[in-house]
Every structure is written in structure tokens, then in C-alpha cells.
Design a protein around this ligand. Structure first.
Ligand SMILES: [Zn+2]
Length: 422
């Protein structure tokens, strides 16, 4: 697969050329952003007319994309199109993606390039196996991408960045294009959208170093490669991590106050302090998000005080939502089954907070350190988690811990006390 994208921020447009080999065209049609204007369509080297219509994508209700028929191929499919993102055609309702001089985001959620899938299974199975991606931007722009950069060539007016990758299972290419101000810190580099000023840069540095040293001390020492890149994106886009290339996209407001660095602290914890999780329990999000959210609260409370950051206040909205019946009352071990992984951020974190109260912080921290070390690369599930904590916490704690896990992991007794307390 070849994908060449030229972004012209000043004109609000991107010009794309893409080529797929026969084996990479998995369905007899593909979806593309509905604003894309196809100027060239060719099968096996022959330009041919194409058929397309705007249709709702089966995975996203209310989201309309251009459905383009791909004829039978002997060899390859090639097309060229121009895309002016109007801000209304991304399938994430919270983002209004545009190509603009100050910032451009290219990602699959906006269907900036052809998508050959109809459901989450085919989404997961669609992988770029070997591909060549090239991004062309004006010389003064920078690109931060989810793929490893192979080469950058700078010409008189343009910069050409080439990416290639073979990591199977990854079918997305995300990148931001902006004129970034890059600052190197000991924990990684941060690409700021605007000039932050020396004082705030110092604040970012001091806060992150304090946070990292707290995590090392309480949850086990981790040496995280300093090749991390935190790239600012405009507010409203939602922070997220691209683990393959150690890129974290964070909203710009994150850097405005020390307390807002919570978002970076959170992503940083994901990189070093999550146990590995068995596939079958991943949907519960407990072992990534409950752990991370709980640690995040601990770190932030240590830095800024427990009045501003606590597991109880973090869980308030979720508890209200359960009271209102927006979620059925189900045990944490069944979150995956009900698609309630989102509750792990709040109720899951609250469970770990209660566990810490029960054991006392020094014991909890020691047990957690040992647990995270042991399960850094070995997949864990709920039974194993409970057994390990019971085994590691010492004889005296055995009975109260098994009771605790019954109440908080396997039944709803623990959380019910919060729900019934007004
Ligand atoms: Zn997270």
C-alpha cells in the first residue's frame, strides 16, 4: 500500500494519492470521507469511471461516508483525490476536524484515506502489512505521527517525511501537522502549539519529575525510554496514546496549569505501570484504566493535595449515573461482558482506593509493586489478581481480603454502600 498525502494548510486542502495491491483490497468497496473529490481512479493501470454514493457507515450511526465501489482487480487500484475537511465530516462527534494553518489532524476517524471495513472485527483484521506512507508539508511545518519516521527530506519550500512499517495489527496512521515549538525534557520531548514561555516550561519539567519520582517510589521503578513525544493538539480533540511509536497526543490546555498535567501523568502511567492483561478481560478496562486512574489520583494528590484530587470525587458522576439507572449495577468482574469498561476509570479506581484503605498505604504499595513487577509481561485476569493480592498481603490480611474481593470484584456490595449513601 502506498499513501502520499500533501497537506496545504494555507489553502485548507490535502491532495492524496493512494495505491493498493489486489490482496490489500479486502472488500468490493471502501469508504472515504464524503468531502473527498476523486480526480483519478484506475484499475490495473487503466483509468476507469468509478461509482460512489454517500451512505451511513455500518459501524457509526449517523455518520455518512462516501462508499466507493472497487471493481475486480488483477493487479492494483490507484486513486487521487483532494480533500477539504469542512469540520463536519469526522465520525467522532466531539471533533470538528479542519485543515487549517494553525493545526491539521489526519486520522482514520475522519476517513482521510480509504477504509476497507464494515465492523470492528474487519477493522481489527485490516492491517497495513507493508506500506509506504509519505507526507508532504510546507517546510516550516512539523509532523508528529503514529508511525516511525524513516526519512525526512527538506526542499526549497516543502518537507517530505517518509514512514514505513510492518507492524501487523496496526491499520491506522494518525498524524498532526503544525508549526510546533519543540522542547526536550529528560522524560521526553514536548511539541507545543504555541510558545509556552520559560516559566511554564519549567513548571512542566518540575511537575513531571516530581510525578515520575513518586511513581517510581510507590509503584516500582520504571525506566521509560526518553524517546517519548508529547504533541499538543487543540482542546476538544481528546488526548490519546499511540503506543507503537511512543507518541502521546495531548490537548493544549494540559500545559496551562500544573494541575492539568494530570493528562500527561495519566498517559505516562500507562506506559510503565500497567499489568499486562489477558485478552478475555481487556474489555473490562480494569487492569489498564482502573490502575492508571487510581495511580493518577495518588500522584496528583501527593503533588497538589487530596482536597483537589481524590478517588471519591472522581467517581461521583459515575455513582450518580448508576443511581439514575444509566448503568445496571454489575460487579467489576463483569464490566467487560456489559461493555462497561468506561466505569473502570472511576468505580474501578475507587475499588483500588478502598483496597489501599483496607491494607494501609505501605502494605498496599508493596503488594502492588510486587504484583506489577510479576505481571509486567504475563497476562493477568481477575482471579489471578485477587489470588496474588491475597497471597502477597500476608496471613493476617487473607480473610479480610477475600471478603473485600467478593464485595468489590465479584458482587456489588462494595459499591452499593456508595450508591445508597446520599
Ligand atoms: Zn487511560
Amino acid at each position: 500500500m502506498e499513501l502520499f498525502i500533501e497537506v496545504v494548510p494555507a489553502e485548507g486542502v490535502m491532495h492524496v494519492r493512494v495505491k493498493y495491491l489486489k490482496d490489500e483490497v479486502l472488500t468490493n468497496h471502501f469508504y472515504l470521507n464524503r468531502d473527498a473529490e476523486i480526480s483519478y481512479f484506475s484499475c490495473d493501470g487503466q483509468e476507469t469511471p468509478h461509482e460512489s454514493s454517500n451512505e451511513e457507515h455500518p459501524m457509526f450511526s449517523g455518520y455518512t461516508a462516501q462508499k466507493v465501489l472497487a471493481p475486480n482487480l488483477r493487479d492494483c487500484l490507484e486513486l487521487a483525490y483532494s480533500l477539504r475537511l469542512s469540520g463536519e465530516t469526522g465520525c467522532c462527534p466531539y471533533v470538528r476536524e479542519k485543515i487549517a494553518p494553525e493545526f491539521t489532524f489526519i486520522r482514520w476517524e475522519t476517513f482521510c484515506y480509504p477504509m476497507f471495513f464494515e465492523d470492528w472485527d474487519s477493522y481489527r483484521n485490516t492491517a497495513f502489512t507493508a506500506c509506504n506512507i509519505q507526507l508532504i508539508v510546507p517546510k516550516e511545518y512539523d509532523v508528529v505521527a503514529s508511525k516511525k519516521e524513516r526519512d525526512t527530506a527538506i526542499g526549497d519550500s516543502k518537507k517530505v517525511v517518509t514512514y514505513s512499517h510492518q507492524d501487523k495489527g496496526s491499520n491506522v496512521f494518525d498524524c498532526s501537522v503544525a508549526s510546533y515549538k519543540k522542547v526536550k525534557f529528560s522524560f521526553g520531548s514536548v511539541c507545543f502549539l504555541s510558545d509556552l514561555g520559560a516559566e511554564k516550561v519549567q513548571m512542566v519539567n518540575d511537575t513531571m519529575l516530581k510525578a515520575i519520582s513518586y511513581m517510581n517510589e510507590h509503584f516500582g521503578v520504571r525506566h521509560i525510554e526518553p524517546n517519548l513525544v508529547f504533541a499538543a493538539i487543540p482542546d476538544g480533540y481528546g488526548s490519546f496514546v499511540c503506543p507503537h511509536n511512543n507518541v502521546v497526543f495531548v490537548e493544549e490546555a494540559t500545559f496551562s496549569r500544573a494541575e492539568n498535567l494530570r493528562a500527561i501523568v495519566h498517559e505516562y502511567i500507562h506506559l510503565g505501570w500497567n499489568p499486562k492483561v489477558a485478552d478475555s478481560v481487556q474489555r473490562a478496562r480494569f487492569f489498564d484504566e482502573a490502575f492508571t486512574s487510581y495511580f493518577e489520583v495518588r500522584v496528583m494528590a501527593a503533588l497538589f493535595g487530596g482536597e483537589s484530587f481524590s478517588a471519591e470525587s472522581k467517581a461521583e458522576h459515575a455513582i450518580d449515573a448508576i443511581r439514575r439507572g444509566e448503568y445496571k449495577l454489575v460487579p467489576i468482574a463483569e464490566y467487560g461482558l456489559h461493555g462497561y469498561g468506561g466505569l473502570s476509570y472511576t468505580i474501578g479506581a475507587l475499588c483500588l482506593h478502598e483496597l489501599c484503605l483496607l491494607l494501609g498505604e505501605p502494605v498496599f504499595d508493596n503488594v502492588t509493586k510486587a504484583f506489577l513487577e510479576k505481571y509486567k509481561d504475563v497476562p493477568v485476569d481477575f482471579d489471578l489478581f485477587c489470588r496474588e493480592y491475597i497471597g502477597l498481603s500476608g496471613k493476617d490480611n487473607r480473610r479480610k481480603l477475600s471478603r473485600f474481593f467478593d464485595d468489590w470484584i465479584y458482587t456489588c456490595s462494595g459499591i452499593s454502600e456508595y450508591i445508597n449513601a446520599e
